[in-house]
Design a protein around this ligand. Sequence first.
Ligand code: PLP
Length: 379
Amino acid sequence: MIYLDNNATTEIAEEVFEAMKPYLTNRFGNPSAVYDFAREAREIVDVSRQRLADLVGAENSTEIVFTSCGTESDNWAILGALGANPEKRHIITTKVEHSAISNLCKKLEQDGVEVTTLGVDENGSLDLDELRGALRPETAVVSVMMANNETGIIFPVKEIAEIVHSDSDAVFHVDGVNAVGKIPVNVREAGIDLFSISGHKFHAPKGIGALYIRRGVKLAPMLIGGSQESGRRAGTEAVHQIAAIGKAAELAKSPGTDIRRLRDKLEDFILRNIPNARLNGTAERSVRLPNTSSISFENINGEMILARLNELGICVSTGSACNSESRHSSSVLQAMNVPFTTAMGAVRFSLGRYNTEAEIDFVIEHLPKIIEELRQQGI
Ligand code: PLP
């Protein structure tokens, strides 16, 4: 199996699996308990919080709150900002956000919250003047992603933060789910107020995430109950999952395979050798994730390519994993004005820490034949 779908989810690292095991077996104590036996559970929660704080450049580990996934972190950022500022009923977001933000905003719109959705150009870039024009005194939160899960395009979050903070007192939320572990993140330097993290995107298991909440930012609690997570997100801590995300955060700081070189090799090969293949989004690599290539094979159905690659054990995606069952072309590609026939032929290759050169060579060997055959069949 050759796994090139790391923006959808990643393999649990061996080190991560080992780190979580004791908390699934003998160290099962409740971190809130006061006897000695529970101390190890409490300690690993603190250690993991610090590791995550270090990974994203938080000033203090108390700014990290554990959640169950990226979706929860995203939902909390928006709902928490609205909840803490009930007089403000306006949100600014973009047309290329993950459904964890876009579908929530649609729902909030039905509930009477005003939502401004910023567009992108064909390169996938935002118009920052449009953002300036959209900010209002009643804007509660501005939410943009750091890196797009489908195209890998990185938004200039530091510049966006400067605009948000100089022209308004809105809270600035960044969905960092597909950026963490792939590019360096420093929430403090970037001026980010809230930052969403999801463990399964960087070699921790599914079911654990976090929200960075800059000290001083007002946010309504996510779950109300006990005093866990300083009362901001109640519920007994998932200690094994927290141990896992902490280990994954530590691992993310150490260099793995040269993903960028392998991605460049694959992308260059396809664009140079396969007729009518085009990159979705800017060709400028400095503003794209080093692991992602979204490439459209004109007039072929991406799902057919996916199926043929699947027969060879190669896993790719035709867009976001969350909308792979939808028959519509991806909303991200639509927002970038990619024509329908091009968008339907989009394949996302997203590499990860454990890919090898031999795997990329295998894809390079087989993909041209697959595309040629599908073109001959007129699919
Ligand atoms: N935000 C982005 C950019 C994502 O790519 C994803 C997952 O694909 C999410 C949020 C949701 O994260 P989770 O799967 O942990 O709920």
